[in-house]
Design a protein around this ligand. Sequence first.
Ligand code: PMP
Length: 406
Amino acid sequence: SHQTDWHAIRADFPILNQEVRGHPLIYFDSAASSQKPRAVLDALLHYYERDNANVHRGLHELSSRATEAYENARSKVARYLNAATPEEIVFTRGTTEGINLVAQAWGSRFVREGDVILLTEMEHHSNLVPWQLLAQRTGATLRFIPVNEDGTLDLTELPSLLTPEVKIFAFTHISNSLGTINPAAELIAASHAVGAITLLDAAQSGGHLPLDVQALNADFVVISGHKMCAPTGIGALYGSAELLEATPPWHGGGEMIVSVGFQSSTYKPAPYKFEAGTPNIAGAVGLGAAIDYLEAIGRDAIFAHDADLAAYAMRRLRELPDLRIHGPERRGGLVGFTMPAIHPHDLTTYADRYGLALRGGHHCNQPLMKKFRLPGTTRASFYFYNTKEEIDRMTEILFQAHHFFA
Ligand code: PMP
């Protein structure tokens, strides 16, 4: 097996090679948004310099090139997730839009008063608020799998919560604040056993570990391009062919129709019936390039590198007096922590003075922070372009902060 040259890979990211406030940038906020390699930037430039036109409409050369580039990107996403066909991939703006599509379009047909929508206490607001809207509209109720003190799901509660009234169980694959990796295959199988379908929020896992929708027997899976080296404003929803076919359209407009009359219209099959209007063509091209890039490195290698950095960071952070790490030992590439004397916002602002980009706050997990009685946490999140030397430097800066705020 070949030895990955992580330093050469890091050099693919032009943005990392800069100083911030007179210090070398340390970018530890990839869970919020990842950086983009040269290959993705080049793909965007190439598309706009040579192929740009609208898709599926014009009968001219550039339009067919743009259409081919867009559909080629769809095939790459399908291959990346191991979907059976590209028609099971709907392009979206990102995870948030994918969840709203399912909650609104699938939910409007299949969720009724008295039904239950099952979530967990560790969901990002984007996998909570769309279901609240659906519940309020339909009279369905929400249930939550509790989170243990150690940041894992309390699955002893599963049999009493995952009952035949549950229509859909929507849960995150990797928690964006705790780093917890949830047992997706097991939770999907348990849902199917009671006749529920599932939505897997793969915002934090899509670019970080191998995802195989057929092996998982997944129903809906959502990802965000910007967290996996692609541009902002592009993402994907995987839905099994059967479920996408049964789901009615949500946005109406051009591109999604077969024929339109003044009173009513007929729609294209999935995925096109879910893609009204001019899509983010360049974004899809960028996502395709990002997928090629990630596949060349290998997701097993990326996951191992992430886990190695997270383990090293936890070891170093434990040298700080009173620092508390939140979440389980086994985790994805992020570490959320608190220092009792320093508010997360102050700590993050302090770190920024030294070119260290952390995230401080509730991380769109307000109910979870409230449950743990935390004002928020400070989060360092890693990707394959980060190094242990950067973690050493972070540890120094945090020691300095500890003395500064003491
Ligand atoms: N779910 C999780 C677990 C996330 O971490 C995020 C992004 N922070 C989202 C959903 C929402 O993703 P986006 O903002 O790209 O739609």
